[in-house]
Design a protein around this ligand. Structure first.
Ligand SMILES: Nc1nc2c(c(=O)[nH]1)N[C@H]1C(S)=C(S)[C@@H](COP(=O)(O)O)O[C@H]1N2
Ligand SMILES: [Mo]
Length: 328
């Protein structure tokens, strides 16, 4: 009720009527390029052309990165699904909207400020960073709070590496992140129902954890705009909304910063938002999830959700002594 328009995708995810499924599927297909125009494409047009008809120049450039091995228990989500089924409310609230609309995001130049409680504030030229840093591939599970999941081969830089370069002071207890917000590049953002710019935050020890990644690519190439180009956070043990896209500012702070979904609906979205199958969302169960792999997006097979999304061995120690029920 508090969330009438806002995050309505969450509602449609969970209370889909056959009709809305049909409508969303049609939209998705349209987004995928299977409309009338797609029929006119030459037979050799690659799937990527179909998926992102208006992809910007700087999307999908090959990146040099160390290669990761796919863990035996994981199956990759096909690239076409990773780049066409998105949440990026600045470009619309339907899953197919970001792929259709995010081409208006101006990716070059892009600077990222690191400021606040640091000895060495920085203004980073992100494209220079992308072309000069030692990039790593990391294959991570990704679990949205809406109870769907993917497995994605990201490319990026450890968040801690970048933060350490700015030399956090002893007063730095939290890290705040801010997305770009430019109504000219994001004409539909006003209808999203969320306060913008999108903001997120971590405790400093979470930010320094080796799993915390600043992603600049996926599937071997630079990020498509709809996935949060040119630089976004990926926190595999937390619900997807913590993984903020298209970051322009990182600020180290003494106090806990406000975060977008928590501001909107604090009873539904917490600051920590660690994936926890034992704590249901007030409006749906978190015990299982739709894994988006090969095959349909809406009839994807359900699988059990794991504590910390399968990363408990690595991160549970960060939360010792905290009340599990408060983690939402
Ligand atoms: N700036 C911004 N970042 C965002 C969002 C958003 O709407 N705006 N959505 C979040 C949510 S809810 C999810 S699930 C992930 C989706 O990332 P993906 O589209 O690359 O899968 O991005 C997160 N980061
Ligand atoms: Mo999400």
């Amino acid at each position: 009720m508090l969330i009438k328009n806002a995050h309505h995708a969450l509602l449609t995810e969970q209370s889909v009527t056959p009709e809305s499924v049909y409508r969303d599927r049609r939209r998705l297909l349209k987004g995928l390029g299977f409309g009338a125009a797609a029929l006119a494409l030459p037979a050799h047009a690659g799937v990527l052309d179909l998926l992102s008809p208006k992809a910007p120049e700087n999307h999908g450039k090959p990146l040099n990165a160390s290669k990761a091995t796919l863990p035996a228990d994981l199956q990759l989500t096909p690239e076409g699904k990773v780049i066409s089924y998105n949440n990026y409310y600045e470009f619309g609230t339907d899953k197919s909207d970001p792929a259709a609309n995010a081409h208006t995001l101006k990716l070059e130049p892009w600077t990222l400020a690191i400021e606040g409680e640091v000895e060495k504030p920085q203004t980073i030229d992100v494209w220079q960073l992308i072309h000069s840093a030692a990039l790593e591939e990391r294959i991570y599970r990704f679990r949205c709070v809406e109870a769907w999941s993917m497995v994605i081969p990201w490319i990026g830089i450890g968040l801690g590496t970048l933060l350490n370069a700015a030399m956090p002071t002893s007063r730095a207890k939290y890290v705040a992140f801010e997305s770009l917000y430019d109504p000219e590049q994001m004409p539909d953002a006003g209808a999203s129902g969320i306060a913008l710019p999108y903001v997120e935050g971590l405790r400093i020890d979470e930010a320094m954890h080796p799993l915390a990644l600043l992603a600049v690519g996926l599937y071997g190439k630079t990020l498509p705009a709809q996935n949060g180009a040119p630089i976004r956070l990926v926190l595999p043990w937390k619900y997807g909304f913590k993984s903020i896209k298209s970051i322009v500012r990182i600020r180290l702070l003494e106090t806990m910063p406000p975060t977008t979904w928590n501001l909107l609906a604090p009873q539904e979205y917490g600051f920590f938002a660690n994936v926890n199958p034992a704590v249901d969302h007030p409006r749906w169960s978190q015990a299982s999830e739709r894994f988006i792999g090969e095959g349909g997006v809406f009839d994807a097979k359900r699988q059990a959700t794991l504590p910390f999304n399968g990363y408990a061995d690595q991160v549970a120690n960060l939360y010792q002594g905290m009340d599990l029920r408060q983690w939402y």
